[in-house]
Ligand binder design. Structure first.
Ligand code: TRP
Length: 457
């Protein structure tokens, strides 16, 4: 492996290696599956604007904080907290991250399994004679309640994931990320064009881009923040772990900026593809997690060569999901290697096995087992429950602590010194210091408070 330091850790193999891998982590089902469905459920444009604010004021500063922690400590999440604040309780924030990592990996792999299954469905002709969106809705409902499809695809996905992570940092992760992203981008643009030219598309555009501020509630804001952090892979140690494979020459500010911009762009474009088509098909925007699986095949069915493009799309989306789950798995694997002194092989095998077990109730939640399809008290399905608790709340809590840690405990001074190593001018130093010390933690705190207030009082 490319190397200029250090204790046998892998390093990214090229200058754009980190950006490719971190963008590969960030860009995934979060952008194309989760962002549109949450925007649809939370009032459209108002959500989109809140989301952008969260990226700027919280996402970007926290990302810079996380990668500077990782690069400085050269350890994974728990080790980074231990190194930068020895003998303190901060390591528990790391442990929370590892637990969150397992949880996210488990439900994410199920949705990734759906995505992979849709490759086969498209090829096998399930979407050949689609007249309306009711049919695609029906196909999806049948698909996710079929245990064979769900388990075979999701476990195949987890297995592939394990193989790539086992092969280690440079060989596995970078290579996948660099090649696929541009093609996915082009396919999304094609989808946008078709979607916007459907009759009735304008209503969707209005819903997506014309904010109705009266729709904002405590939970809209929380969902927007949770989604911003989820999409940027923040709050559970992914960027700390990936940052630990960076060299001291790398410019952290540009790297973080690229990742934030690319990720936000892809999510935005995905929404632009989904909402006009959704309204053109007379569907309600609050379809929940099934949204993209209903809308995307319907758009392809209205295109010449739809089967071809559709197959390509689901292949690329599966790969995008894979580069994201690789980063989730890498967090827990790196933790076991460092803290429990396991070999990479053992750490990967056991982590994948554990994730496969935790994934079972999420796999059941599309109709296979009624209990998990409609949880008592919560009312929704188990997968959505996991997505809210671990994919939003825990990331918000984790990011809050990362901001407080870098702003106050490790300190902006030391963090800035770390950033300066690859970026002597560090023009936004004072702005960033201010954001990470005050703006991000206070904003996150207020959002949490507001949520508690609106859900209990
Ligand atoms: N950001 C990825 C996506 O949008 C998912 C992801 C990868 C993630 N690593 C993460 C989410 C760490 C939260 C934390 O698809």
């Amino acid at each position: 492996m490319t190397n200029e330091n250090n204790n046998n850790r892998g390093l990214w193999g090229s200058k754009i290696g980190f950006i490719a891998a971190a963008a590969g982590s960030a860009i995934g089902l979060g952008n194309i599956w989760r962002f549109p469905y949450l925007a649809g459920e939370n009032g459209g444009a108002a959500f989109v604007f809140l989301y952008l604010f969260c990226i700027l004021l919280i996402g970007f500063p926290v990302m810079l904080a996380a990668i500077s922690m990782g690069r400085s400590a050269q350890r994974s999440i728990v080790g980074s907290f231990k190194t930068l604040a020895p003998d303190s309780n901060w390591k528990y924030v790391g442990i929370l991250g590892v637990i969150t990592g397992f949880a996210i990996l488990s439900f994410y792999s199920i949705v990734a399994g759906y995505t992979m299954g849709y490759i086969f469905k498209t090829v096998l002709g399930s979407f050949n004679n689609i007249q309306n969106a009711q049919q695609t809705k029906q196909i999806f409902a049948e698909f996710i309640s079929d245990p064979y499809w769900v388990f075979i695809c999701s476990y195949l996905f987890l297995f592939l994931n394990g193989v790539i992570v086992y092969k280690g940092i440079e060989n596995g992760i970078e290579r996948w990320s660099k090649r696929m992203m541009p093609i996915l981008f082009i396919l999304l643009i094609i989808l946008v064009i078709r979607s916007l030219t459907l009759e009735g598309a304008l209503a969707g555009l209005n819903f997506y881009l014309k904010p109705d501020l009266s729709k904002i509630t405590g939970s809209t804001i929380m969902n927007a923040l949770g989604q911003a952090l989820f999409s940027l892979s923040l709050g559970m140690g992914t960027m700390i772990t990936y940052g630990s494979y960076l060299s001291k020459k790398d410019n952290l500010v540009t790297s973080a900026s690229y990742v934030c911009i690319l990720d936000t762009l892809i999510a935005f474009i995905a929404g632009l593809a989904i909402f006009p088509a959704l309204f053109a098909m007379n569907l309600a925007p609050d379809q929940g997690p099934s949204l993209v699986f209903i809308v995307i095949p319907s758009i392809f069915s209205k295109m010449p060569g739809g089967i071809f493009f559709g197959t390509g799309f689901f292949i690329l989306l599966s790969i995008a999901a894979l580069t994201s789950t690789i980063s989730q798995l890498e967090v827990v694997v790196a933790y076991f290697i460092e803290e429990w002194k396991w070999s990479r092989k053992k750490a990967t095998a056991i982590s994948v096995a554990v994730a496969s077990v935790i994934a079972i109730p999420s796999a059941f939640s599309g109709g296979i087992v009624q209990f998990f399809t409609k949880l008592p008290v919560y009312g929704g399905d188990f997968l959505s429950f996991m997505s809210t608790v671990f994919g939003s709340y825990n990331l918000i809590i984790g990011s809050f602590f990362i901001a407080v840690f870098v702003g106050w405990k490790w300190g902006v001074h030391l963090a800035s010194e770390e950033i300066i190593k690859g970026n002597p001018h560090f023009k936004i130093r004072f702005l960033w210091n201010f954001l990470i010390k005050y703006v991000s933690p206070i904003a996150v705190f207020l959002i949490l408070l507001n949520l508690i207030k609106s859900s209990f009082f």
